[in-house]
Design a protein around this ligand. Structure first.
Ligand SMILES: *[C@@H]1O[C@H](CO)[C@@H](O)[C@H](O)[C@H]1NC(C)=O
Length: 224
């Protein structure tokens, strides 16, 4: 069977399994859960839209429909700040504070996306047009590293050019975001949100499934 066929079969099978376990699919609809309260504090006025899923702000990416796999491939989301001021300019930051894991984040922060010079009128509509200092990199949490938070912040941009130091530009990991913010006198974000996801191969239904036919193609050698 080709990879696509196997995926299709897997998707079908996953769907069935989850109806049985009643885990996330109810009446054929993929239900997704909100973040727990301690993680929801970051959800302030920002919306992040991915294909199929809609606004993921304050949500846990569901495992049904292979969403945890799809999000590692989708292009940049629509990021909307309805409260943006028409005449203002903004900076967008997307980071993972849980690199390589939430329990041992020695590479905090992982910079997934950094865009400056975004017009308020665009941000209001969800159009992220500006200077891309770090190109969008989709969430791709490593296997068995638990749930990662993907955080989005928008800051009012002062009237000065914003740039990364050559050292900061060299690598995405271990980014000292506070230092960056201090350098440009940025303090509180105007809006923020986050969602969480984990490696799709760590989802309970995926594990159950790969106990039978192994649909992992990247790493067939790992034993569970
Ligand atoms: C380094 O800068 C270039 C040009 O602005 C950008 O496209 C690239 O994504 C940056 N690299 C990192 C790791 O941020």
């Amino acid at each position: 069977m080709g990879w696509t066929m196997r995926l299709a079969t897997a998707a079908l099978f996953l769907g069935l399994t989850m109806v049985v376990t009643g885990d996330e699919i109810k009446n054929g609809v993929c239900i997704y859960d909100a973040l727990p309260d301690n993680d929801a504090v970051l959800c302030k006025g920002l919306e992040v839209f991915y294909p199929e899923l809609g606004n993921l702000g304050c949500m846990i990416v569901p495992e049904c429909n292979l969403y945890r796999q799809k999000i590692t491939q989708w292009p940049a989301p629509i990021v909307k700040f309805p409260g943006a001021l028409e005449g203002a300019t903004y900076i967008l930051v997307m980071v993972d504070p849980d690199a390589p894991s939430r329990s041992f984040p020695k590479y905090r922060f992982w910079r997934h996306w950094l865009v400056t010079d975004i017009k308020g009128s665009d941000l209001k509509k969800g159009k992220i047009l500006g200077q891309e200092l770090s190109a969008y990199q989709p969430p791709s949490p490593p296997e068995e590293s638990g749930f990662h938070r993907y955080q989005f912040f928008v800051y009012l941009q002062p009237e000065m050019a914003i740039s990364l130091l050559p050292k900061e530009n060299k690598t995405r990991g271990s980014w000292n975001m506070d230092k960056f913010l201090n350098r440009f006198h940025l303090s509180e974000p105007e809006a923020s949100t986050q969602f969480t996801t984990q490696n799709y191969q760590d989802s309970p239904s995926f594990v159950a499934l790969s106990g039978g036919e192994n649909i992992k193609t990247k790493d067939n050698s790992r034993k569970r």
